[in-house]
Design a protein around this ligand. Structure first.
Ligand code: MGD
Ligand code: MGD
Ligand code: SF4
Ligand code: MO
Length: 723
């Protein structure tokens, strides 16, 4: 085991300090240090103090990382199902037995039905290069398994940004200090990117105003200078109307638009359809609010627009984000220090794709079909042809986290489906497995992490030995490759060899990696990308990565994909026809199920301390709507639509406006009432762009449970069901 620093004394004990990276799906990608005692036990995980974004502290979740690593319910050995599917009955087996059984089943499937009847399903358990991207591709390409269209999170937003400016480039959050106006639009960094918050506070101290635009009064909204609360799914209309005000008051940046954009005349026409009176009727905001916001945004510089993926999870999410991405161009704020769009830093560096996946290697069969992960339930219950006969799940918990989860369970119950789940815990998904494999935590594995919220790469040195017989994702791939008789060196290489190779091939065409070697990462842990000072503000050279080299208001690429080539607003597929009319008692209302402060998707939602802090799977409902339905705080409510139902604990609250509902996700079904969560109601319909998810386009009926009394401590609801 390699170590980053020699023995160091703390608390009177000799502790080793090991540098690492937070592996979770969070833009902060914190630099970690783990303190390990003489017995090889990790005693502390903390943020590295010399990292300019981590700055020595971790979030409420990862502060509790050791509870996760040493959790009494960690899976320690491979298991084989010994009872009916879903019964949770398993018997311990050896790794050799497990690998031989999986390889045997897959060989048989490949021979009889073709390898594309095998589907790997994974997402955000870890964002590491090796335990994520390489594991997601190499072995599966060699096998010829079905590809997974990884569209559950930000697919529509990514495409929207690419169509408009051609690259996901943003400045590092340190740059917020230079902004004079910051619009945080459909994003909740206080919970989902907490290391942005000190920079936001600094900006406020420097005189910047922070405006949050979110249907929910989130933690971020509460600390802002102004909170604007539009109806969900209406934001494209709001943005177009802001442009209307700017254009009609001459506040737009004509010179910049002329030089750097394509399709302004068409956009002008579109804008004229959105006078503030019309936008007010769509968004539920006052005309005055829209006009003032437009004027402030157009006349304050630098003005930064921050978005994240939350806002894209609607049936009109792609167009919503595309319209927002046009706003900075109308006021000429792209390329300005402290201005522009802060979405993601993902495209500063792209790992060399051919090395990561090896899909072009002659040993690999031709590329297979790609199945959209949002449709998992449908895929398993008849949509796929040929059917999927084996599902291999890792880095994901689909029974908790996919839309229309009831359908996923239905699929997992199929007797002719052979399911393998590689996990740290017996999640609701693992319960339906035929074979469960134990996975390592981040303290037990090697990896390197590319952030999407700042500009440092982080290497992760293992701090402790694997718990029990746990193995990393990649080590399982290597074992499966060997069992399948695949002998390519790129399937036998270990994690460090792969990192070395990917760094080398990527550096050959990416000057940003100059001098960033494996050895340096092993010694230093965290290293900034070598971006020259004058290139640190994206698009400051006026060059956009679109086909025209300009900001594309009009996008030929969008047209070719069958989308509206111009930004625009359409109502969500599920929406109240007249959202300003007070809702009647029996009417379905839109429900947002956004990120919980103490979980990351369903990760951490089995740690008692964090579950207790998160309180309960609640339904936030405005006092007006609650009164009409006879709902009191603490009472169980029945939440349903044609897809399914679940029960939540009511929280009557003004954090939502009348006619809008909210809950936080993702609670484990098995720790929820009736062993089901909100994803029994969410839709597996795809977004307007790129096959994206639509969790937040979800109309539900809410009724109080007749027999349910308000509970002092709703936490009991899930603890009771803990099995
Ligand atoms: N604590 C915590 N951190 C996380 C996660 C987590 O689950 N918990 N998840 C991680 C992952 S996977 C992701 S993708 C990111 C997500 O990070 P965010 O995008 O910040 O999180 P969300 O909660 O999905 O959405 C942000 C906000 O968008 C708002 N929103 C939804 N629809 C609309 C709309 O139509 N209009 C407007 N204006 N606002 C809207 C929601 O009310 C919500 O407050 O966070 C990452 N970090
Ligand atoms: N209703 C609703 N549902 C949502 C969302 C929402 O906002 N609302 N958000 C959606 C979003 S943005 C996302 S990104 C998805 C995320 O969906 P998923 O990617 O399924 O994320 P999690 O549910 O956190 O499950 C990740 C699992 O990976 C496991 N894991 C962690 N590290 C490793 C490892 O190294 N190896 C292996 N084998 N396993 C590991 C964890 O224990 C955990 O159980 O959820 C989506 N679901
Ligand atoms: S989840 Fe985000 S904020 Fe928390 S430690 Fe990881 S990277 Fe940092
Ligand atoms: Mo996500």
């Amino acid at each position: 085991m390699s170590l980053n620093t020699p023995a160091k004394s703390a608390d009177g004990r000799q502790l080793r300090v090991v540098y690492g990276a937070c592996p979770h799906d969070c833009p902060d990608t914190c630099a970690l240090e783990t303190h390990v005692d003489e017995q090889g036990r990790a005693v502390r995980v903390q943020g590295r103090s010399n990292h300019p974004v981590t700055r020595g502290w971790l979030c409420a979740k990862v502060n509790r990382y050791l509870e996760r690593v040493y959790h009494p319910e960690r899976l320690l050995y491979p298991l084989r199902r010994s009872g009916p599917k879903g019964s949770g009955q398993f018997t311990r087996i050896s790794w050799d037995e497990a690998i031989a059984e999986i390889a045997g089943r897959w060989r048989q499937l490949a021979d009889t039905h073709g390898a594309e009847t095998i589907l790997p399903y994974s997402y955000a358990g870890t964002l590491g290069l090796v335990q994520g991207a390489v594991t997601d591709s190499r072995f599966w390409n060699r096998l010829g398994a079905s590809q997974l269209e990884r569209a559950i999170c930000g697919h529509a937003a990514e495409e929207a940004v690419l169509l408009t400016v051609g690259g996901r480039l943003a400045a590092s959050p340190e740059s917020l200090a230079e902004s004079k106006l910051i619009l945080i639009w459909g994003s909740n960094p206080a919970s989902t990117a907490p290391h942005v918050m000190p920079f936001l506070r600094e900006a406020q101290r420097n005189g910047s105003r922070v405006i949050v635009i979110d249907p929910i009064r989130t933690l971020t909204a509460r600390s802002a200078d102004q909170h604007i609360q539009p109806l969900p799914g209406s934001d494209a209309a709001l943005a177009l109307s802001m442009m209307y005000v700017m254009v009609n008051e001459g506040l737009h940046n004509t010179a910049w638009i002329a030089e750097h954009t394509l399709g302004w005349e068409q956009l002008r026409e579109r804008i004229q359809q959105y006078p503030p009176e019309r936008a007010a009727a769509i968004t539920g905001l006052a005309v005055e609010t829209i006009v003032t916001l437009a004027r402030e945004y157009a006349t304050t510089a630098p003005a930064l627009l921050r978005i994240s993926d939350g806002i894209n999870r609607h049936t009109n999410g792609g167009q919503m984000v595309r319209t927002l991405a046009c706003l900075p161009a109308v006021v000429g704020q792209y390329g300005v220090a402290g201005g522009g769009l802060m979405y993601s830093t993902s495209d500063w560096l792209k790992w060399d794709r051919a090395t990561v996946g090896r899909g072009d290697d002659p040993a690999c069969p031709p590329a297979t079909r790609s199945l959209n992960m949002n449709r998992l339930g449908a895929i398993l219950t008849g949509e796929a042809d040929p059917p999927v006969y084996s599902l291999y799940v890792y880095n994901a918990n689909p029974v908790a986290s996919t839309p229309n989860a009831g359908k996923v369970v239905e699929g997992l119950m199929r007797e002719d489906l052979f399911t393998v789940v590689h996990e740290l815990f017996e999640t609701d998904t693992a319960r339906y497995a035929d074979i469960i494999l134990p996975a390592t935590s981040q303290l037990e594995q090697v990896d390197i992490h590319k952030p999407y919220g700042h500009l440092f790469l982080q290497y992760n040195t293992p701090a402790i030995e694997p718990q029990g017989e746990a193995r990393s994702n990649w080590d399982v791939m290597r074992a499966l490759a060997a069992a399948m008789g695949f002998q390519e060196s790129w399937l036998t290489a270990d994690a460090n060899e792969i990192i070395d190779e990917v760094l080398t091939t990527t550096a050959a065409r990416q000057p940003l990696l100059a001098g960033l070697t494996l050895e340096r990462f092993q010694a230093e842990g965290s290293i900034p990308l070598a971006i020259p000072e004058h290139e640190r503000i994206p698009f400051s050279d006026g060059k956009f990565r679109t086909p025209s080299g300009k900001v594309e208001f009009y996008s030929e690429q969008a047209a070719a994909k069958g989308y509206d080539p111009m930004p625009g607003w359409v109502p969500e597929v599920e929406s109240r026809p007249d959202p300003l009319r007070p809702a009647t008692k029996g009417e379905a209302l839109p429900l947002l199920s956004s990120a919980a402060h103490h979980f990351i998707s369903s990760t951490f939602a089995n740690q008692q301390t964090l579950m207790t802090k998160e309180h309960a799977p609640t339904l936030r409902i405005n006092p007006e709507d609650a009164k009409l339905r006879g709902i009191r705080s603490g009472q169980l409510v029945h939440v349903s639509n044609e897809r399914g139902w679940c029960r939540l604990v009511a929280e009557v609250s003004e954090v939502v406006r009348p006619g809008v509902l909210a809950t936080t996700t993702v609670w484990w079904p098995k720790f929820s009432p009736d062993q089901r969560n909100i994803n029994w109601t969410t839709s597996d319909r795809l977004a307007d762009f790129n096959g994206g998810s639509t969790f937040y386009t979800n109309l539900v009926f809410v009724t109080p449970e007749e027999s349910s009394q308000p509970q002092e401590s709703p936490v009991g609801v899930f603890v009771e069901n803990k099995s």
